[in-house]
Design a protein around this ligand. Sequence first.
Ligand SMILES: Cc1cc2nc3c(=O)[nH]c(=O)nc-3n(C[C@H](O)[C@H](O)[C@H](O)COP(=O)(O)OP(=O)(O)OC[C@H]3O[C@@H](n4cnc5c(N)ncnc54)[C@H](O)[C@@H]3O)c2cc1C
Length: 229
Amino acid sequence: MKLAEFTDKHIAFREEVREFAKKELLEESTQIERKGEFPWHIINKIKERGWLGVNFPEEYGGLGLDTTSYIILVEEIARVCASTAIMIAAHVSLACQPIFVHGTEEQKEKYLIPLARGEKIGSFGLTEPNAGSDAGGTESTAKLVGDKWIINGNKRFITNGTIADLIVFTATQDRTKRTHGISAFIVEKGTKGYEPGKEEDKLGLRGSITAELHFEDCELPQKNLLGKE
Ligand SMILES: Cc1cc2nc3c(=O)[nH]c(=O)nc-3n(C[C@H](O)[C@H](O)[C@H](O)COP(=O)(O)OP(=O)(O)OC[C@H]3O[C@@H](n4cnc5c(N)ncnc54)[C@H](O)[C@@H]3O)c2cc1C
């Protein structure tokens, strides 16, 4: 079955990424896994190429390529180093993409542009101790008090959790409504009441960061709601 029609540009991009992965990652990937160290120097090289915003328009700090190019990027990097690939995938498709699709112009200016340029690292927090596959079981709460959201709860297994400058995350206003009570929000590193927590010591993907996030009476401005309630 033919899944995607590659253009000459896609084929050239695949060659470019494959060459990069071979030259910059292949030798090191075993050490990255063994040591369980996040490969900052590789990520910086990926950032320099604009690949942390590969599929976003140039006006939003991206490279202006398409979704197929993003898939090619993740696939070719994962071929050599899955830890580096999951970092890119979480940043691009879990943090940047929801802001690109659902963000206001102000949120795109403030958050998407530095993320797509790779000046900031993004992450996405949905999973919780009692909500993995079952997102409807989300227990983290968001209460609108005056003009502020008050967030309480815990996330776990969050890729890029401890290194993220900003996190798109989910919380519920009404647990009885299951998935219909859930909204998405943006929190920035350093916000009072928000702390990244323990990093997992994993069997695989050891060079990637998988961490807990904690919210305790974390106050967010109303405008940090992403999309509709
Ligand atoms: C390396 C890594 C990185 C991750 N990064 C992120 C991230 O960046 N952000 C984030 O939010 N999460 C992240 N996760 C979490 C991941 O999305 C969850 O692990 C996943 O959603 C499964 O949830 P769970 O671990 O709670 O397992 P569970 O939901 O408890 O599922 C356990 C098993 O039960 C099965 N199961 C569950 N429900 C049903 C059902 N109704 N019927 C039949 N079978 C069922 C599942 O298929 C699975 O095999 C990451 C996880 C890992 C391991």
